[in-house]
Design a protein around this ligand. Structure first.
Ligand SMILES: NC(=O)c1ccc[n+]([C@@H]2O[C@H](COP(=O)([O-])OP(=O)(O)OC[C@H]3O[C@@H](n4cnc5c(N)ncnc54)[C@H](OP(=O)(O)O)[C@@H]3O)[C@@H](O)[C@H]2O)c1
Length: 332
């Protein structure tokens, strides 16, 4: 065990795009545990677009302030326990923040079966997979034969949404940045078509890739892709609003999409936002389905693991540049 706890401190609010200059590396003492707490050594930390939104203001969680340990979820190993039900060696997940050690209240930890890979627990069997599962199935409500469009399709949530939609018997189109990522979606993950939203006329590309219109649009990005999707929605289409990554890492977020409320009215479209925590009372249902699809080879869970705690800030910046394929995480 190293004698200090290295932490990334959220030091300065980004003016536009986030980068390493917004963080300071700090060395603190390894925390002591109080009664009811557990000392965890973090092994994998998740990178999430929402981290950038937390710097900007209040979202579904309180805003981060300069000086805070950067917030984030992770997987870790119990080193010592001052709480009933946890033993050294247990595999646990929680909101540890960007640090190597965390003293966590036992009720803020989830214990995991070591039969699953830690990368899967942090990704497809964790928030990522649950978001895809409930957002698509409960909010989007796709039916066999329908066309599903998903934006941010090469990322953590998007890769899983597209594959679940295929399992449901839908025609699936994704939008992603760059031709290579788009080819990968079709060749490796079984999407029917993919659109490079960074090249050419997005409206025309969506029309060509969705000749029968769009029945369900799973929106990870907001912005121009949302406007283009609304223009091709079918009567009684559903838009599942999951996030707006195009608006997080910029000083000039785009205004609301074209077509609201016009298309919503004329096409009777239902547009509904959701937060994954709303579905936590049914998380076992999603975990069981996702684990079964993984085991049956129906679902792939791409992970992009960056090696080294030092790379946390650059990995976060890379996510907004679209460097990741699948779930981005850092091995501490
Ligand atoms: N509602 C919920 O409960 C919930 C839970 C988890 C996540 N989310 C949301 O789900 C979305 C995806 O999250 P994730 O964890 O799966 O991240 P991710 O998709 O793995 O990573 C973000 C991706 O966004 C794309 N991107 C970056 N800037 C963009 C821009 N300006 N326009 C369009 N695309 C851009 C990049 O890929 P490209 O190469 O395609 O640009 C990047 O890979 C986010 O909006 C997140 O906030 C919501």
């Amino acid at each position: 065990m190293t004698q200090t706890n290295r932490q990334w401190i959220y030091a300065r609010k980004p003016i536009a795009q986030v980068g390493p200059e917004n963080f300071d590396l700090n060395e603190a003492a390894i925390p002591e545990t109080k009664a009811g707490e557990v000392l965890v050594r973090t092994t994998l930390l998740s990178l999430d677009p929402a981290s950038r939104a937390w710097m900007q203001g209040q979202t579904y969680r309180s805003m981060l302030n300069p000086g805070d340990v950067m917030a984030g979820w992770g997987i870790g190993e119990v080193l010592s326990s001052n709480a009933k039900g946890f033993e050294p060696g247990d595999l646990v997940s929680g909101e540890y923040g960007w640090q190597q050690y965390a003293a966590m209240p036992a009720n803020a930890l989830t214990k995991h079966d070591k039969a699953h890979k830690p990368e899967h627990i942090l990704g497809v069997l964790g928030i990522t997979g649950l978001t895809a599962y409930f957002g698509l199935l409960d909010v989007g409500k796709p039916r066999p034969g329908e066309t599903v469009l998903v934006s941010g399709a090469g990322g953590a949530v998007g890769t899983i949404v597209g594959q679940i939609a295929k399992i449901m018997g839908c025609r699936v189109v994704g939008t992603a940045g760059g031709a290579e990522k788009c080819n990968w979606l079709v060749d490796e993950l079984g999407f029917d078509a993919a659109i490079d939203y960074k090249s050419g006329n997005l409206y025309r590309a969506v029309k060509e890739a969705c000749p029968n219109g769009i029945d369900v649009y799973f929106d990870n990005t907001g912005g121009e892709v949302l406007s283009a999707a609304l223009s091709r929605m079918n009567l009684y289409g559903r838009v599942a609003c999951c996030g707006a990554v195009s608006n997080y890492d910029t000083a000039t977020p785009s205004p609301g999409p074209a077509g609201v409320p016009g298309f919503l009215v004329t096409k009777r479209i239902r547009m509904e936002g959701f937060v994954v925590m709303d579905f936590y009372n049914r998380k076992h249902e999603a975990e069981a389905a996702l684990a079964r699809w993984l085991q049956d080879g129906k679902l792939k869970a791409p992970v992009d693991v960056v090696e080294g705690f030092k790379k946390m800030p650059s990995a976060l910046a890379g996510m907004f540049a679209g460097t990741n394929r699948g779930k981005l995480m850092v091995r501490v």
